[in-house]
Design a protein around this ligand. Structure first.
Ligand SMILES: Cc1ncc(COP(=O)(O)O)c(C=O)c1O
Length: 390
């Protein structure tokens, strides 16, 4: 009998996103759990991918990325955030933001290093840190509003801190950074060598006229940060898994040493198509905030007719809802019950935290056709009637 070595990630099972999507399919529930749209990418982008394949762009792309796409990303961060970078040495195209997050962590985190996470936190950060031999130090976000407790972050920094991971707009809470957050972050980093990994995959989904405050817009932060984004989120094609990382050349050099052995190169026709689409159709990204804001508002109006209480959501395509008027069940059980009995799947928010929580909050994804949202709203409006206080 073969004896397997102990698991390197003993706490990790199947992610809640897979579990809830599977349960939704089994129950015929409307799936507002996992974060992906139920509508297509722009048809011009689909045509471009086919055109690029037909034009023979089907072999390995360059390791760092399709040159025209590197240029397009550099142009975008210059135009939006005033950040001038050399596309050849500061931009890398990755297999989704997930790969970029993994490579950034592995580029700099060594055994014994500490990495500060703000909790609740997206689920891929912790395993990446653990596989690199690092240790996560968690700082809870403040309630209500899920702002960052910068004093606690400052206290959490030690001589062993290698990296601080931030995420704005924030999954799962929808909170976004204000200028004061970037001021505080600059202040926290002033007298140390702590690096930053900024997960900005929802950069084009900031609502109510507010701008997205990228770390790339602050030279003092850009100089020590990996800034990660995702074409999947912006262009409604999460299944293509294309993202990117912008970082100063010294950090990018280390990042690419990992990337070239994790992924080597990203799907060439998709990269060539994005390169052209970004230049030909910049309006898509610019219109995204309005597009998702109207979906947010529609979904919040639907929730207003239910006993669920929508938490303010300034960005992302997620809406948190507090359910204590409906049930006393812990959120994991409530999410399962909601899927089975009411026919709407959501994600329990406690899975984004390691600390136990008494909060009664679930996360819905509103990146859905209006008809899907309306149908979910109709089912959720049954809550008061069908659910009772459990
Ligand atoms: C905060 C956050 N970061 C990263 C990702 C991963 O992005 P990608 O699909 O491009 O790998 C997601 C996807 O849900 C996310 O919500």
């Amino acid at each position: 009998m073969l004896t397997l070595p102990p698991s390197k990630l003993p706490q990790v099972g199947t992610t809640i996103f897979t579990v809830m999507s599977r349960l939704a399919a089994e129950c015929g529930a409307i799936n507002l759990s996992q974060g992906f749209p139920d509508f297509d990418p722009p048809s011009r982008l689909l045509d471009l991918v086919t055109e690029k394949m037909r034009a023979g762009i089907n072999q390995y792309a360059p390791m760092s990325g399709w040159p025209a796409l590197l240029e397009a990303v550099a142009g975008k961060v210059r135009d939006l955030y005033g950040c001038v970078v050399d596309p050849q040495s500061a931009v890398t195209i990755t297999s989704g933001a997930t790969e970029a997050l993994f490579c950034a962590v592995h580029a700099v985190v060594r055994p014994g290093d500490e990495v500060i996470l703000l909790e609740p936190a997206y689920d891929s950060y912790q395993p990446a840190v653990e596989l690199a031999g690092g240790r996560t130090v968690r700082v809870p976000l403040l309630r209500p509003g899920f702002g960052v407790d910068w004093d606690r972050v400052r206290t959490a920094v030690t001589a062993r801190t290698r990296l601080l991971i931030v995420n704005s707009p924030h999954n799962p809470t929808g909170a976004v950074f204000a200028p004061s957050d970037l001021d505080a972050l600059e202040d926290v980093l002033r007298d140390n060598d702590v690096l930053v990994l900024a997960d900005e995959v929802y950069e084009h989904m900031v609502f109510d006229g507010r701008p997205h405050l990228s770390l790339l817009g602050r030279p003092a932060l850009a100089d020590r940060s990996f800034v990660v984004s995702s074409f999947g989120k912006t262009y409604h094609c999460t299944g293509w898994k294309v993202g990117y990382c912008v970082a100063p050349p010294a950090l990018t050099g280390e990042f690419r040493k990992v990337h070239q052995f994790v992924q080597f190169a990203v799907a060439a026709p998709m990269q060539a198509a994005f390169a052209q689409f970004l230049v030909d159709c910049p309006g898509h990204a610019h219109a995204l905030a309005d597009f998702y804001q109207s979906k947010r508002d529609r979904f919040r109006d639907l929730l207003a007719a239910t006993p669920l209480r929508a938490v303010p959501a300034a960005g992302t395509y997620f809406q948190l809802a507090e359910y204590s008027a409906v049930s006393r069940l812990p959120d994991v059980e409530f999410a399962r019950w909601l899927t089975r009995e009411i026919g709407v799947a959501a994600i329990p928010v406690s899975v984004f935290s390691t600390a136990p929580t008494e909060e009664r909050v679930v996360r819905f994804c509103f990146a859905k056709n209006d008809a899907t949202l309306d149908a979910a709203g109709a089912r959720l409006s049954q809550l008061g009637v069908a659910g009772g206080l459990r």
